[in-house]
Write a protein that binds this ligand. Structure first.
Ligand code: CP3
Length: 343
């Protein structure tokens, strides 16, 4: 079936578009009152993630309410550690916590084999199927996963952290074991993403949210090869976006991979990045999420200024996920400014 609005996919493939497409990272399940109402009626976040019809409903809410050019499946990057056998709890106002973490080679061996892990995630595939039905070809559907380094960081650290020093320490003390764990995560993730594509994902985004805690040499050794493994496994079936937050040294090497789109955080300078990767590389980003707290007319002006700096080959987005208490009028001013823009 043909998409009614394929602007996002055309831009991701590097084709010329009349304006940039727009969507917001974390648009599903953070800002909409409809989401909060549904979430409050449930036992918790994990019930929502694991119930396909509810996940589909939440995925489509931003399309109905904000009229963005793409949907992103409601799920979490942490379903992969869970499928590998490392359970997590989503603690209210704290974030994810893993009761058990990876400390030794024996812990890596105890994990489920990669080939079995992605078969644990049938509820995500069912959520994609249900979402495609609700979307009725209005806009493309984005599938996603954490980049292997970011998943590794949670599995070793056991939760969020400012420095991820336990995870980084393992790279120096136990590099062979670290590579074994990363390989396992990457293989499980590749199998999982292939299934997402088979169930209707039109583009895949890899979130390397903790790329920024690695120095360049470690990023090259412990993150990039596993991102490449996943891109190769997907073998060009759909475009892939890589978002390596706070790792500006990663932009040049990422631009040499076969990723279709490079995501930028809000501290990256569009002009400098253009100098580095050229005008033809498709970039995504990167308004400061805090800009959306300003007056709507200021949001619109800042958005237009950003679009002009990127030029064409650009997908408009924020430089990270939209914050939960962002006023909807700021979000709408952002989306509206992009939709009214013409190259
Ligand atoms: O984009 C979307 O809206 C789709 C859904 C989505 C969620 N998580 C739902 C979620 C996506 C794309 C993610 C990705 C994710 N999850 C990342 C990468 C993006 C990023 O922000 O850097 C990371 C690092 C995680 C791990 C995670 N999940 C954390 C740290 C937390 C707690 C803090 C937070 O972000 O809210 C979560 C919980 C989570 N994931 C919620 C949602 C809607 C909130 C849970 C709730 O409703 O209580």
């Amino acid at each position: 079936m043909k998409l009614k609005n394929d602007l996002f996919l055309r831009a991701a493939r590097g084709e010329a578009t009349e304006r940039p497409p727009v969507w917001l990272m974390r648009q599903a399940g953070r800002i909409l009152p409809q989401y909060r109402a549904l979430r409050a009626s449930l036992s918790g976040f994990k019930e929502l993630v694991s119930t396909p019809d509810l996940a589909a409903e939440v995925t489509v809410q931003p399309i109905d309410e904000l009229d963005v050019d793409a949907a992103i499946i409601f799920s979490d990057i942490l379903v992969i550690p869970e499928a590998l056998g490392l359970d997590y709890n989503m603690v209210e106002k704290v974030g994810p916590r893993f009761p058990e973490t990876i400390k030794s080679a024996a812990d890596v061996d105890k994990l489920r084999p990669a080939a079995a892990a992605h078969q644990e995630l049938g509820y995500v595939y069912d959520a994609l199927t249900a979402t495609k039905k609700l979307l009725d070809n209005r806009v493309p559907l984005i599938g996603f996963a954490g980049a292997p380094w970011t998943i590794f960081a949670y599995m070793v650290e056991g939760g969020g952290s400012k420095t991820f020093s336990k995870a980084r320490r393992m790279l120096y003390q136990e590099p062979v074991m670290a590579h074994r764990l990363l390989q396992k995560i990457a293989e499980a993730t590749a199998g999982y993403l292939k299934q997402k594509v088979a169930h209707g994902a039109d583009l895949i985004q890899l979130f390397d949210s903790w790329a920024g805690v690695l120095p360049p040499a470690l990023y090259q050794e412990f993150s990039l090869p596993y991102i490449n493994l996943i891109i190769q496994e997907l073998s060009g079936e759909v475009p892939v976006t890589v978002f390596a937050k706070d790792a500006h040294h990663a932009i040049a090497p990422l631009s040499k991979t076969s990723a279709s789109v490079i995501g930028l955080d809000w501290c990256a300078d569009p002009n400098e990045v253009r100098q580095l990767v050229g005008n033809e590389r498709v970039l995504q980003g990167n308004l400061d999420p805090c800009q959306l707290y300003a007056k709507p007319e200021e949001v619109a002006a800042a958005t237009r200024a950003m679009l002009e700096r990127f030029g064409s080959h650009h997908i408009a987005n924020l430089g990270h996920g939209v914050y939960p208490d962002t006023p909807l009028e700021g979000v709408k001013a952002f989306v509206g400014a992009v939709k009214n823009f013409n190259y």
